[in-house]
Design a protein around this ligand. Structure first.
Ligand code: ATP
Ligand code: MG
Length: 569
């Protein structure tokens, strides 16, 4: 492609509203333009990358046994009412009406549509397992769209769904998908990890997220320094074996603690470590209020609260609810003397504590030397807290460290959640009606593009891995007014294209400095510069990633470039 004919509006300045490298560089290098918050145009270079990522995905999905289809973006509310998600999905669902006032949603995901399709078309176990995928624009009215393509409101997703008659069959396809995902992200050149993720109340290893390691990732990953344990901190289990305190229980005392509210306030006021205090939080769990206790240096993980209590919604209680229920404000809550209608749950760590400092449910007062089972009772102990760096690894090997990650893919054993609610059934070998067992498998295609940009760049611009670079070669005549240079460049352009390379030919009459700056910014793997040695038929070949350069004779250029591409640059 001639650069004069394509559309790559580069910018010199860093756009003010772009916080992270990939967003800044994709804007500056002319890959994307924002149309509305979280809504983007993919410019020609980005479109080529998307096509390449999609090609890789298609190959791997077909290898895994899934057939491509394309379901509608516009989804009737009836389907969402059947699954129950019309009411529970919340504000992320983009809703709209047609001219007759009927309700529709713009698809954020397609469990409903695909389940209804399969319900109508597949009646017998003989047709199972069955898997389909699509690559499509999805809509989610995200609360905080940000970081460019990483969290958009309109974005491209690959979603796949599988249907099974047995759990073993689901396990086998899930495993195939796991391998396909590893292949896809490896072929995209990414440095990633598959991590255990939260699977709701079901628990276990039934869902994994593929995380691109990056400082700017919104997810935190907990990994062991000696074993292969890796999990999203949302679900990383905490080892429940705490050493029991050997202190002798002392009498409970109520002390005046004016204006001491946070754990930091309290521990410095009492001159004790935060591990001697407990944090007490009131949550609204579905329609009930509960008190959750964790050790002062720990943080409550509301996803664990939700899973342990098998709830559908968990949120911190409002200020005025706490006032009404306990007669105090947030900084003074504690488990001693809590009204019977509020169940008290505690993290395992609390069980090992003696002589605890906690709020007295009265503003300006705390208890000292509270003892569980003497001064307060706990309805149930469980793992309610976030794992922390330095904790022992849940698999018993090594210590936990944290890393940040960008979730680019997610594979999930759904079970019969959707087939039950939507009554999607097949006849098994004995002629008995059974709900389909389902799996779903997503990849953020546009997010993957951004994640690659986030992982591969330097101070001069983007550095695309060969497999997904928009073009392999950037061909640049230094001075197009120099006849010799222009003629050689034109000839090489034809030659390289004939040899099936993808070439971006900078035929613009810009100064050399401008062309090189743009070229670094755009970040194609190989730059071929036609300069002063054009008269001798010699060009410079430079690698974007390492900065290495070579002088190559024109007749050897194709073979040379071929070798570079083969060696992965
Ligand atoms: P997140 O926790 O980041 O919101 P999610 O759990 O909502 O992700 P899924 O519903 O599993 O995501 O969607 C499948 C994939 O789609 C994700 O793994 C991610 O790569 C991508 N994705 C999800 N939301 C967005 C978004 N707003 N913008 C771009 N890609 C997204
Ligand atoms: Mg989300």
């Amino acid at each position: 492609m001639r650069q004069s004919m394509t559309f790559i509006p580069t910018l010199r300045e860093v756009p003010a509203d772009a916080e992270i490298k990939s967003h800044q560089l994709l804007l500056r290098a002319g890959y994307i333009r924002q149309t509305a918050s979280g809504v983007y145009t993919y410019m020609p270079l980005a479109k080529r990358i998307l096509d390449k990522i999609e090609k890789i995905i298609r190959e791997e999905m077909e290898n895994a046994g899934a057939a491509e289809l394309l379901m509608p973006t516009l989804q009737p509310a009836e389907l969402w009412q059947e699954s129950g998600r019309w009411n529970t999905y919340g504000e992320e669902l983009m809703r709209m009406n047609d001219r007759h006032g009927r309700d529709f949603a713009l698809g954020p995901t397609h469990e409903e549509v695909v389940t209804s399709l399969v319900k109508d078309e597949i009646k017998s176990y003989k047709r199972l397992p069955f898997a389909v995928f699509q690559i499509q624009t999805k809509f989610r009215d995200e609360k905080r769209p940000r970081f460019g393509l990483l969290r958009g409101r309109e974005f491209i997703m690959k979603d796949a769904y599988s249907f099974h008659s047995t759990q073993e069959s689901l396990d086998a396809v899930y495993e195939k998908m796991f391998i396909a995902y590893n292949n896809i992200f490896t072929r995209c050149g990414l440095n990633f990890r598959a991590v255990l993720a939260d699977s709701g109340a079901i628990g276990g290893k039934d869902t994994q997220e593929f995380m691109v390691l990056s400082e700017t990732g919104e997810d935190t990953i907990a990994y062991s320094d000696t074993s292969d344990y890796v999990a999203n901190i949302e679900m990383a289990e905490v080892n429940p074996n705490y050493e029991k305190s050997s202190e002798t229980p002392l009498p409970l005392e109520k002390l005046e603690t004016p204006n001491q509210k946070t754990i930091a306030d309290i521990s410095s006021f009492f001159q004790v470590d935060a591990t001697q205090c407990i944090k007490s939080l009131v949550f609204k769990v579905d329609d009930e209020y509960v008190l959750i206790l964790v050790r002062g240096d720990h943080e409550v993980n509301d996803i664990k609260v939700k899973n342990v209590l098998k709830a559908t919604s968990v949120e911190l209680a409002e200020h005025n609810d706490i006032e009404r229920l306990l007669g105090c404000s947030i900084g003074s809550i504690g488990p001693v003397g809590v009204p019977k209608n509020i169940k008290v749950y505690a993290d395992y760590a609390v069980k090992s504590m003696v002589n605890i400092i906690c709020g007295a449910n009265q503003d300006g007062y705390h208890y000292k030397n509270a003892v569980e089972n003497r001064d307060f009772t706990v309805h149930e102990f469980a793992d309610f807290r976030f794992i922390m760096e330095g904790d022992p690894s849940p698999d018993g090997q090594g210590t936990i460290h944290f890393a940040r990650g960008i979730e680019v893919g997610h594979i999930f054993k759904l079970g019969t959640t959707y087939s039950d609610s939507m009554e999607a059934k097949f006849l098994d070998e004995n002629g008995k009606s059974q709900s389909f067992i389902m799996g779903c498998y997503g990849i953020g295609v546009s997010r993957t593009l951004s994640a690659v940009a986030e992982q591969f760049n330097d101070e001069n611009g983007l550095i695309w891995p060969i497999n997904i670079a928009p073009y392999q070669i950037h061909l640049i005549p230094i001075n197009v007014k120099d006849k010799e240079q222009l003629i050689l460049a034109e000839e090489l352009y034809l030659q390289l294209k004939n040899d099936a390379f993808e070439v971006l030919f900078d035929d613009r009459t810009e100064r050399a400095g401008v062309k090189f700056k743009d070229s670094d910014l755009i970040g194609l793997p190989i730059r071929v510069t036609v300069g002063k040695k054009a008269s001798e038929g010699i060009v410079e070949v430079k690698l974007r990633k390492s900065g290495e350069s070579f002088e190559v004779e024109r007749s050897l250029l194709s073979t040379f470039v071929q070798k570079l591409l083969k060696s992965g640059e």
